[in-house]
Design a protein around this ligand. Structure first.
Ligand SMILES: NC(=O)c1ccc[n+]([C@@H]2O[C@H](COP(=O)([O-])OP(=O)(O)OC[C@H]3O[C@@H](n4cnc5c(N)ncnc54)[C@H](O)[C@@H]3O)[C@@H](O)[C@H]2O)c1
Length: 356
């Protein structure tokens, strides 16, 4: 595995795409001593200039190819809209750069697989930003479930609820391009399933294991006259409901929607096994979880467990570059989740369950 080439120097990072989420990348990377943001790139010259000024970056570009040619960088963080993740990742991997790519890794499994193979061939660190892996609760729950504390798994319930279609707490979706492209397949959106369904599939399957069979219903509700606002045809799904069977035999329900009034951004996960149950509710805590096991099993009593913080994906990405030791979630994991998403679309189209 390729490591940061020059000893005793910081990892030189570029951020590609300087919209809403890029601010979080910049803020997080700026807290990590072992790296520095040395370049930023966006096709919108005004936006990239504003972002560079805000984050104190002097080198700006409006074209990735030009940046790869001119800027002295080790790694990139790709924060463009979804359709550009695959082409830009492949471009950067070809140039030998370590890549942290936003989710969903690609628009389909075929592209995600190509990216994974290209990353392996390049021998660089590759990670997908399933950002809820940053939460200490999911890391602790995954460890606990994977080491068998809950016994044989029987039932899983996971949901990711957002409310931006029924509230204005994140701005007015009807006038904000960053929300409108998410509602339009022509703008590369795979709907709520591709946007945050990808997170909850990772969140559920990270502890509970891979899915063997899935049945999914996707729904796009009417939101505007003729289902259109300006250049945006509003045809991407905004609710997704999955019935799943895991390879370990457990069954479950995973669902997500943008219509969950009262829940700006809630992830919840409940896993029930023969020896115990565990649950996360992000509106209650992301640094702890609830557990019912041992002597509490008989009385259905729950205890709260607090856990120590864990490194963020941003920290893991930089550490992996410095040490040369790969970290999760990598592109292969991103592709695995993508395969589940593809199966959801197929199941919805055919009205049948799909084996994965
Ligand atoms: N991990 C998370 O929790 C999380 C949260 C929010 C968004 N995201 C992901 O981050 C990505 C960006 O989302 P956002 O909300 O910041 O979107 P956004 O629309 O606010 O910003 C995207 C930016 O990318 C730029 N861009 C478009 N095409 C480009 C190209 N070819 N090269 C360079 N720049 C380009 C746009 O001009 C814009 O400035 C999406 O893939 C989204 O799914 C992830």
């Amino acid at each position: 595995m390729k490591t940061s080439t020059r000893k005793n120097r910081k990892v030189r990072l570029a951020i590609i795409g300087t919209g809403g989420m890029a601010g979080q990348h910049a803020r997080m990377f700026k807290t990590i001593n072992a790296c520095e943001i040395v370049a930023v790139c966006d096709i919108d010259p005004t936006r990239v200039a504003y972002f560079a000024a805000e984050h104190g970056v002097t080198s700006t570009f409006t074209d990735t190819a030009e940046m790869l040619k001119k800027a002295d960088i080790d790694a990139v963080s790709i924060v463009t809209p979804d359709p550009f993740h695959a082409p830009i990742s492949l471009q950067c991997l070809k140039a030998g750069k370590h890549v942290l790519c936003e989710k969903p890794l690609a628009l389909n499994y075929s592209d995600a697989r190509k990216m994974t193979l290209a990353a392996q061939k390049a021998g660089v660190i590759n990670m997908v930003n399933f950002s809820y892996r940053d939460w200490a609760c999911i890391q602790a729950v995954a460890t606990r479930v994977q080491c068998g504390d809950l016994g044989d798994l029987r039932h899983v319930e996971a949901s990711y609820l957002q409310t931006w279609l029924t509230s204005k707490i994140w701005g007015d979706w009807q006038t904000t391009p960053a929300w409108l492209w998410r509602l339009s397949t022509q703008h590369g959106s795979k709907g709520v399933l591709g946007d945050v369904g990808v997170h909850i599939v990772d969140f559920a399957t990270y502890p509970a294991g891979p899915i063997a069979k899935i049945s999914c219903q996707l729904k796009t509700f009417a939101k505007a006259p003729k289902d259109r606002i300006g250049e945006y045809k509003l045809d991407a799904n905004d609710s997704a409901v999955m019935n799943v069977e895991f390879k370990n035999g457990a069954v479950g329900v995973i669902h997500t929607t943008r219509w969950a009034t009262g829940h700006p951004n809630q992830l919840s996960l409940r896993i029930y096994g023969t020896k115990g149950a565990i649950e996360i509710d992000s509106e209650v805590s992301t640094t702890g979880y609830r557990l019912c096991m041992g002597k509490n099993l008989a009385t259905a009593k729950w205890e709260k467990v607090e856990v120590k913080p864990t490194p963020s994906n941003y920290q893991r990405f930089i550490t992996a570059i410095v040490t040369g030791k790969a970290e999760q979630p990598d592109f292969a994991r991103g592709a695995e989740v993508q395969k589940v998403l593809d199966a959801c679309f197929q199941s919805d189209a055919d009205g049948k369950s799909v084996r994965i």
